[in-house]
Design a binder for this molecule. Structure first.
Ligand code: AGP
Length: 634
């Protein structure tokens, strides 16, 4: 799909926040199986608890369990649940602790309505007060239960009206009073063949099957059953039975559904024979890099080109400043992008945390281009930063792996990563694919300015060689596992690199923290002597990214400083490196490479190291504690 521009809908109330995975089904098949399968594919969005609600004739049955989906599957296994309409949820806690009462689906106190919700109802306290005064009561601490009751309240006011869409209308009326974000799927005990969903700032996708409809916060939830989809937009509501659906906005106006065909390789989202998604995705990087580059080099092999930028070369030549905006690992990718764009295109670049940028009111002149980077395309901080920039009239481009995601749809233009689904919570292949695309973008901008034809050709050659070089590095997986084994008991680590490898040091520390829970800090190598060196002991290893480059002699001095203090050194080195072997305890070799390729190559060992540390220390590397893949809360 091409990136497209989408204006705000007149009646959409654009608010903030959201999280979790939701799924809904109405059709002829056993909903329980479809919901469980969907939840498995959505579990990356949260795994504090999970639950399903099914309509068994006119009886509403709810099963919920704390912990990963496995717990729910075990609990539901002995139950006879044959209903063909249902909703399901996998939770990342926002309001209320991780206990069964707070797990979704939530049921209204009159028993009529069951709801799953992804988001945050900001005015839930006021609504709760109102409902308490009307005799409703609450079993949980969640904001979502308040919404279930508010829908029940409006449903009750209709006096059980027999009109066809009375249920959908009750949901609409309730939402008119809600401030906050939501992707919801709702069931009503009196309406056994109906399902209602709505969206505001939390994704919701309708799947259209043969005599059946699906709802999910990510099309992966139902893509095994249909590829025919409608991405709901903010302020839209859908009512569905098995046979038909109706899309409206909150102003009760009918909306023309824009149906799209998903073009997905479903097996890409399976773990296959691999022990974890994380290692599968690390090993998929050569392919992901090839996909990122496919069709993106000019015929003369001297530059890159992109189909969806929606900016002419003339417009891009007017750009005098670029702001790169992202969170987490994507932010580390942007820091590399800063070096590459400034180096190749000589355009000043600033890198911002999306969460800070949004509230900072940074002065930006009219020749500033904003580029956001997000694997999921749903990270709320990034989405809101992008909206803020667009509100101020800036052109915003996006690099994302999330086809049809909120960021892809709202950006003025952009570049798809085509890395395939990334399920492991720790980002790996999406990161190197972002590095690759930022290199291509820098090359393109450079060639629009002063970068010569010959320089362009040599950079294209460098980039084309990267997937093969990554394959070579991946062969060292076992050697890196042994290094991890030697350091598996450490409590702290430093990651150190300079220039274009400094962001890789930051990413190395982030990756290690995420999957192994070892405390790690990333620093520009020379900064180490201004404070962090105090941490160095024989129990605190330093992981150097000490590849060939102009600053290598300085980095060698830093390595000596740590070695002299008894700190163990793991180092990523260029083949044939001049780094004295006696100061490196554990070397990892990568091919010599140009600065545009080096960050990608150096990222592979840090990912493998973090992965093996995580496995050795017994953590759940695919679903580390407290994290979720797509962070859709502020
Ligand atoms: C990556 O390992 C992290 N789990 C996290 O930092 C992630 O990169 C961040 O939340 C941004 O996500 P996005 O790329 O989907 O926007």
């Amino acid at each position: 799909m091409k990136f497209s521009c989408q204006g705000e809908r007149p009646c959409a109330r654009v608010l903030a926040k959201a999280m979790c995975g939701i799924i809904g089904y109405v059709g002829r098949h056993r909903a329980k199986d479809i919901l469980m399968d969907g939840l498995k594919r959505l579990e990356y969005r949260g795994y504090d608890s999970a639950g399903i609600a099914l309509l068994e004739g006119s009886e509403l049955r709810i099963v919920r369990a704390v912990g990963q989906l496995e717990a729910l599957i075990r609990k539901a296994a002995p139950l006879e649940l044959a209903g063909t309409v249902g909703i399901g949820h996998t939770r990342w806690a926002t309001h209320g602790g991780v206990v069964e009462e707070n797990a979704h689906p939530h049921r209204s106190s009159d028993g009529k309505i069951a709801l799953v919700h992804n988001g945050v109802i900001e005015n839930f306290a006021t609504i709760r007060e109102f409902l308490l005064s009307r005799g409703y009561c609450f079993a949980s601490e969640t904001d979502s239960e308040v919404l279930a009751n508010l829908i029940a309240y409006h449903y009750g006011r209709g006096g059980g009206s027999g009109e066809k869409n009375h249920f959908g209308e009750s949901v609409r009326r309730a939402l008119l009073h809600v401030q906050g974000t939501y992707g919801i799927a709702v069931l009503c005990e009196d309406r056994p063949g109906e399902l209602v969903g709505a969206r505001n700032s939390s994704p919701l996708i309708l799947g259209i099957g043969d005599g059946e409809h699906f709802l999910a916060s990510d099309a992966a939830g139902f893509a095994a059953r249909t590829r025919d989809v409608v991405f709901l937009r903010d302020g839209e509501l859908v009512w569905a039975s098995g046979e038909e659906f109706l899309l409206t906005n909150l102003c009760q106006e009918r909306v023309e559904a824009q149906r799209q065909e998903l073009d997905w390789d479903l097996t890409a989202g399976e773990r296959g024979g691999y022990p974890h998604f994380m290692v599968k995705e690390i090993l998929e990087q050569p392919q992901a890099l090839e996909n990122a580059m496919r069709g993106r080099f000019s015929a003369d092999g001297s530059t890159a080109h992109f189909g969806g930028l929606a900016m002419t070369p003339q417009e891009l030549r007017q750009v005098e400043r670029i702001v790169l905006c992202a969170c987490g690992t994507a932010h580390c990718a942007c820091l590399v992008g800063e070096y590459l764009i400034e180096g190749l295109a000589r355009i000043p670049v600033e890198v911002e945390y999306a969460s800070e940028f949004r509230y900072r009111n940074a002065p930006m002149d009219r020749h500033t281009l904003v580029l956001v980077v997000s694997q999921s395309g749903e990270t709320l901080d990034t989405l809101e930063a992008m909206r803020e920039a667009r509100r101020k009239g800036f052109r915003v481009l996006a690099i994302t792996n999330g086809v049809g995601s909120s960021i892809a749809r709202e950006a003025d233009g952009g570049i798809y990563q085509h890395a395939g689904p990334e399920i492991g919570v720790a980002s790996t292949k999406a990161f190197t694919s972002q590095l690759c695309l930022l290199a291509l973008f820098a090359l393109y901008l450079g060639r629009l300015r002063d970068l010569s034809f010959d320089e362009g050709v040599s950079i294209v050659e460098v980039l084309r060689a990267v997937p093969g070089q990554v394959r070579e590095i991946l062969l060292q997986g076992e050697a890196i596992r042994r290094i991890a084994e030697r350091h598996g008991r450490c409590r702290d680590m430093l990651f150190l690199g300079r220039q274009v490898l400094f962001p890789i040091a930051l990413e190395g520390a982030l990756k290690l923290k995420e999957v192994s829970y070892v405390h790690a800090e990333g620093y520009a190598a020379a900064e180490m002597k201004h404070g962090p060196i105090a941490l160095v002991t024989p129990e605190c290893p330093s992981f150097f990214l000490a590849c060939d480059g102009a600053t290598l002699p300085k980095t060698i001095s830093n390595m000596h400083e740590i070695h002299a203090r008894g700190g163990p050194i793991i180092a990523v080195l260029s083949q044939g490196s001049a780094v004295p072997r006696e100061i490196v305890d554990d070397p990892i070799w990568i091919p010599r490479a140009h600065g545009v390729a080096l960050p990608i190559l150096a990222a592979i060992p840090i990912q493998l190291f973090a992965y093996h540390m995580g496995v050795l220390r017994g953590g759940d590397v695919d679903k580390p504690r407290n994290l979720a893949k797509s962070v859709t809360v502020e």
